[in-house]
Design a protein around this ligand. Structure first.
Ligand code: CA
Length: 225
């Protein structure tokens, strides 16, 4: 999952970025409204965390313009304490949720999870295909009863694949949802990580059907075939 954070207070922005990255999320951080609007309208994010008071273009304006452009990425607004009118304006401008500063990181994560990690057609926080399961809260990954240890990036990659089961995903789609804008991506990075994942979830279980399929010339697909 990839998140855009637009926050002009560098200290707050950096600590949000750091905290989200520790939760295996890819994060792009920008400090001005214009940069935020540019990235939000050109890149494909899973969530945008948007401060209200920003230089250049404020959070409400960004939100309104994105919705006008039919960009429906979930938006979490950060508002300053006491600005009760913000709440109303935030929701009117198309934001999905808002959080009042100062906030505890746990509170931010709870909102982020509700907006981004709300699994579709699943029970609780668990994403599943065949006998492979991934718990987005406990980070437990299992095939059958066997626990699989994944690195942070492998986990993020598998989570993205599990959210789009039986769909062919291109390398570009995978890159833009699993890696940050400023990450060091080589032409074969996705291939390499798919290889790591395949070794752990398929090759480690030779008696079971393989779940990761390579669609030559297109990309990858997670499914039971
Ligand atoms: Ca601000």
């Amino acid at each position: 999952m990839r998140i855009l954070v637009v926050e002009d207070e560098h200290k707050i922005g950096s600590s949000i970025k750091k905290g989200l990255e520790q939760e295996n999320l890819a994060v792009d951080l920008v400090f001005t409204g214009l940069e935020g609007f540019d990235l939000a309208s050109s890149e494909d994010y899973d969530l945008i965390i948007l401060d209200v008071l920003l230089p250049g273009m404020d959070g409400f304006e960004i939100c309104k313009k994105l919705r006008e452009q039919q960009i429906h990425t979930p938006i979490l607004m950060l508002t300053a304490k006491g600005q009760i009118a913000d709440k109303v304006e935030g929701l009117n401008s198309g934001a999905d949720d808002y959080l009042t500063k100062p906030f505890a990181f746990e509170e931010l994560m709870a909102r982020v999870r509700a907006l981004v990690r709300r699994p579709k057609k699943t029970i609780g926080s668990v994403l599943k295909i065949a006998d492979l399961s991934l718990d987005t809260l406990s980070y437990l990954v299992k095939r059958g009863d066997k626990i699989i240890q994944l690195s942070a990036k492998e986990f993020a990659l598998l989570e993205y694949l599990l959210r789009h089961p039986n769909q062919t995903l291109t390398k570009d789609q995978i890159t833009s949802h699993v890696w940050s804008y400023d990450a060091d991506i080589l032409p074969n990075t996705v291939e390499v990580y798919i290889g790591y994942l395949r070794a752990k979830i398929d090759k480690a279980f030779p008696e079971k059907i393989s779940l990761i399929q390579t669609i030559r010339g297109f990309g990858y697909r997670l499914g039971e075939k």
